[in-house]
Design a protein around this ligand. Structure first.
Ligand code: NAP
Length: 322
């Protein structure tokens, strides 16, 4: 599958990147979202992703207070990926901080990434900061002008906030590259809340997080509903409407259709879920599945190996409408 341009920048990325929240360790809230893995496994996951054609990685300050950034850098080093060979996206945590902390903390981001440049620096969420959205974007633009990051993105921004961020950044002569939001076959809110339309109008890439709905769209919970009880607590909470017995029954026809389609390509249910995401919305959407095992990373990268037909996309559209 052809690489995509990140927004209107000159940065090229594979349609599937690797989400690295899984590398956050046990330090903070991330342990409620993930089953933590050690450095050796993280390195194997990164190696499998690189081998599968993944050219970029998404991490954040918030994932274990920088632990994920450090684990990613160590893994890339172990895999022999030199700075600049892959694109790294990270995020600033806004909670109870002013925009000045964007400038103050960029050194930590760069140190943690061990020489890998920040291709994309994102504001992790639109709420929580003591400064306005325009003030935050102005500080981000300063990092671009200083040559400390290549591009700027936001995350979890509504259509209104996205337009505001785009305007504020443009006033500083920088283009807004991306908005990272939750999108999957089971979470298609961007189609209704104006975010997809705004992104297309502004030339902003949407980076789909939780694209496998925390593993639900692999079909594993449909095969063994008892597994849901051992999912990390925040996953059980955020995906409660699908992880419940009724939720799994409601979505079973979708998973079964995905399995039939997957069989036709010698693929898996998760590969169909990801292929739908990176095909259905044209070039606008790229996806960052997470993986806690090298086998999973190989599988998610393999989602770039085929293209669903219009009829298959349409069938999945119908079956996944809320
Ligand atoms: N910007 C934001 O606010 C935000 C929020 C959430 C996530 N993110 C980003 O998005 C990335 C992905 O999101 P996510 O981790 O929430 O959800 P996800 O990608 O939907 O789910 C990832 C989980 O699915 C399971 N999985 C993956 N491939 C599999 C396979 N082939 N077979 C079976 N199971 C498989 C694994 O669960 P197990 O580990 O349990 O096996 C893996 O940890 C994160 O790493 C992070 O970078 C961003």
């Amino acid at each position: 599958m052809e690489p995509r341009r990140l927004g209107r920048t000159d940065i090229e990325i594979s349609p599937i990147g690797l989400g690295c929240m899984q590398f956050a360790g046990t330090a903070n809230y991330a342990r409620l979202m993930i089953n933590p893995i050690g450095q050796e496994t993280a390195t194997s996951v990164v190696r499998a992703a690189l081998d599968g054609g993944v050219t970029w990685f998404d991490t954040a300050e918030m994932y274990g207070n920088g632990r994920s950034e450090q684990a990613l850098a160590a893994a890339l080093k172990e895999c022999g990926a030199v700075p600049g060979q892959v694109a790294v996206a990270t995020k600033w945590t806004p909670y109870l901080r002013t925009a000045a902390s964007i400038t103050r903390t960029i050194g930590d981001r760069l140190n943690h990434l061990g020489g890998h440049p920040v291709a994309l620096h994102q504001i992790h969420m639109p709420t929580g900061s003591l400064s306005s959205i325009p003030a935050q974007l102005k500080a981000m633009a300063g990092l671009v002008h200083a040559g400390q990051v290549r591009a700027v993105g936001v995350s979890n921004f509504s259509a209104r906030q996205l337009r505001l961020a785009h305007r504020a950044l443009a006033a500083e002569g920088v283009t807004l590259a991306a908005n990272q939001v939750r999108i999957s076959l089971l979470h298609r809110n961007v189609e209704r809340d104006g975010v997809l339309r705004a992104a297309r109008e502004l030339g902003v890439t949407l980076i789909a997080y939780s694209p496998l709905e925390g593993g639900v769209l692999t079909g594993r919970y449909h095969e063994d509903p008892a597994l849901a009880r051992s999912a990390p607590p925040a996953r059980r909470f955020f995906s409660r409407s699908v992880l419940s017995a009724q939720g799994l029954e409601r979505t079973r026809p979708l998973i079964e259709a995905m399995r039939r389609i997957a069989d036709g390509y010698g693929a898996t249910v998760s590969q169909v879920a990801l292929n739908w995401l990176i095909t259905r919305y044209g070039d606008t959407v790229v996806a960052i599945p997470g993986a806690s095992k090298p086998r999973q990373a190989t599988e998610v990268a393999g989602a770039m190996g085929f293209a669903l037909t219009e009829a298959e996309l349409g069938r999945l559209d119908e079956l996944s409408l809320p």
